[in-house]
Design a binder for this molecule. Structure first.
Ligand SMILES: Nc1nc2c(ncn2[C@@H]2O[C@H](COP(=O)(O)OP(=O)(O)O)[C@@H](O)[C@H]2O)c(=O)[nH]1
Ligand SMILES: [Mg+2]
Length: 296
């Protein structure tokens, strides 16, 4: 019995390998030289600073792409996978750790990745939620170097209230949005592409300037696509001649407040925002707003 089943297994494997090997060697045509180079470039990410509010943050020069998502959408995992750095944005089993706007330089300080506070963590006083909501809105509406928003949504729960709010802010200033349907490994291919089509159709109706993809930090699905989109928004070229010295970017304490400028900008925002959005904030930001410990 044992012997015969071993035999049939051998017979099977001896017929199989040739085709399988040639299939595995095929290169995915979506993985271009640019994507590979972009991915390598993004691995240069280094923590720059953590800002408690927009008025105390990296000078608004150059190019930025910001990551946003509800708490637990997979934002920290995505940033870590993209930059190939386990601790860059601390992926946490406990939702609600990200509390500030975190800036990362990408080889030089005028090309940046920004990690925005997550939403959805309920254990935060209502007043703090409103403060953070306002800060987020401020950042999204007024930040001139912001070239695009990467909005992460768990593929099983897309387009929640927070997501729609972010999309409306993006629309109000014609900001490009790249949507990641995260944890795509949780669904089979059929159901996953169905969600992809449905969300795509909603975003079209919202008249957004957007792109969308499936993404999984777990099995690295969609990393190259994300890297290409980001690099494109950040003006990365294969030569990437932007030589910029980190030392030229002033420390947070040297920066003048941008608050007056922000008040002067006349942006017509028509956003219908309920106040019950769960902003993901820990309350250990001190009163003066000078706590700049990175937390993700
Ligand atoms: N299956 C699966 N789980 C993921 C993936 N990305 C993140 N997670 C899990 O989802 C939870 C929240 O992830 P995290 O990156 O901390 O989310 P964040 O709150 O948006 O920063 C963690 O338990 C992760 O291990 C993924 O691609 N696939
Ligand atoms: Mg996180």
């Amino acid at each position: 019995m044992h012997r015969s089943s071993g035999k049939s297994k051998n017979a099977k494997t001896s017929n199989a390998p040739k085709q399988k090997i040639s299939y595995e060697k095929q290169v995915d045509p979506a993985i271009t030289e640019y994507a590979v180079s972009a991915l390598n470039w993004l691995r240069k990410a280094e923590f720059l600073m953590s800002a408690p509010k927009l008025s105390i943050c990296v000078e608004d020069l150059g190019y930025e792409v910001a990551f946003a998502g509800r708490s637990n959408a997979g934002k920290s995992s995505a940033i870590n996978a993209l930059t190939n750095q386990k601790q860059l944005a601390r992926a946490s089993k406990r939702p609600g750790r990200t509390q500030m706007i975190n800036f990362f330089s990408l080889g030089n300080a005028i090309q940046r990745l920004v990690d925005l506070p997550g939403y959805g963590y309920a254990a935060v006083p209502e007043a703090m939620k409103l403060v953070w909501q306002k800060e987020l809105e401020n950042y999204l509406i007024h930040r001139k170097s912001l070239q695009g928003l990467v909005l992460l949504m768990d593929i099983r729960h897309p387009l929640q209230h927070f997501d729609v709010m972010m999309l409306e802010w993006a629309y109000s200033r014609k900001l490009f949005v790249h949507v990641l349907l995260t944890k795509s490994d949780k669904l089979n291919r059929g159901p996953a592409s169905k969600v992809l089509q449905e969300v795509k159709s909603t975003l079209r109706k919202m008249k957004l300037n957007f792109s969308i993809q499936l993404f999984s930090s777990l099995n690295k699905q969609g990393l190259e696509e994300l890297a290409s989109v980001m690099a494109g928004r950040l003006n990365y070229t294969l030569e990437n001649p932007t030589g910029f010295d980190l030392a030229e970017i002033p420390e947070a304490s040297d920066l003048d407040s941008d608050v007056d400028d922000i008040d002067d900008v006349d942006v017509d925002v028509d956003v219908d925002v309920d106040v019950d959005v769960d902003v993901d904030v820990d309350v250990d930001v001190d009163q003066a707003g000078t706590n700049i410990e990175p937390k993700a």
